[in-house]
Ligand binder design. Structure first.
Ligand code: IPE
Ligand code: IPE
Ligand code: MG
Length: 244
């Protein structure tokens, strides 16, 4: 049972939590296991945390699962991770209807296999039936890549005479991003002790609160999420203003 489930002070409950699911490799290494064993346990952690977020009333959970830089890893590791996506998407397709969950994949899908893309399409189709809890999984996601693509798409509209450069605003630009329609995350969590963002949501995180913990992602649990939310609730968010 969560310390937040009584729905107290819901105004301070983050509507959107984002997580850099890091530390799977080190978790496996510590146990003398192959890196992919860490990814397998990490994917279980993800399922557990997604369920928990839904139960405590978080509206959006965004997870960083595979970056545009992660292709540098061995073929074996990349294939192992793709297989976990495949498993997760198949399961999600089964469960989304029952749990009324929406799912979105953020990232450049052109490098993803046609089989995975087909599963992703199916989850989009199911998502249109619901408007509740939404999980966003970042696959082949890079924040700079996202911004460059958005700039390109806008430039193309200008060239086609459908938009004018002077009309571009922060708000209108955000519609060209993968995250179109998703509010910015209020809280971004990075486990595993690394104090960097690794190209995750650079545009959307402009005013996000960060929470870092040394816990490795496969060891992360509901109590750790509670701690992150408690820390978030204690923050003074001024957005450039002055505290009243
Ligand atoms: C995060 O865990 C998962 C991915 C990046 C796919 P890592 O695999 O980066 O784990 P560490 O950082 O090596 O421990
Ligand atoms: C960030 O973790 C990407 C994901 C968690 C998917 P990395 O392990 O790839 O990041 P670095 O290499 O520590 O910056
Ligand atoms: Mg890592």
């Amino acid at each position: 049972m969560s310390i937040f489930s009584a729905n107290t002070d819901s105004a301070r409950m983050p509507q959107h939590i984002a997580i850099i699911m890091d530390g799977n490799g080190r978790w496996a290494k510590k146990r003398g296991l192959p890196r992919n064993a860490g990814h397998a346990v990490g994917s279980e952690t993800f399922r557990k945390i997604a369920t928990y977020c839904k139960n405590i009333g978080v509206q959006y959970l965004t997870v960083y699962a595979f970056s545009t830089e992660n292709w540098k890893r061995s073929k074996e590791e990349v294939e192992g991770i793709m297989k976990l996506f495949d498993q997760y998407l198949r399961e999600a397709i089964e469960e989304m209807e029952a749990d009324h969950i929406r799912l979105k994949v953020l990232g450049d899908l052109s490098r993803i296999s046609p089989e995975l893309r087909q599963l992703i399409e199916k989850t989009y189709e199911i998502s249109t039936h619901y408007d509740g809890f939404q999980v966003n999984v970042c696959i082949n996601y890079g924040g700079r890549d996202e911004i460059v693509r958005a700039a390109r798409a806008f430039a193309e509209k200008c060239l086609a005479g459908e938009a004018k450069p002077e009309e571009l605003t922060e708000e209108s630009f955000s519609h060209y991003l993968y995250s179109d329609g998703i509010p910015d995350p209020e809280l971004i969590i990075r486990p595993s002790g690394e104090l960097r963002t690794s190209n995750f949501l650079p545009w959307q995180s402009a005013y996000s609160e960060y929470y870092f913990t040394d816990v490795l992602w496969p060891d992360f649990d509901e109590a750790e999420l509670d701690k992150a939310i408690a820390a978030f609730r204690a923050r003074d968010r001024r957005f450039g203003g002055v505290k009243k």
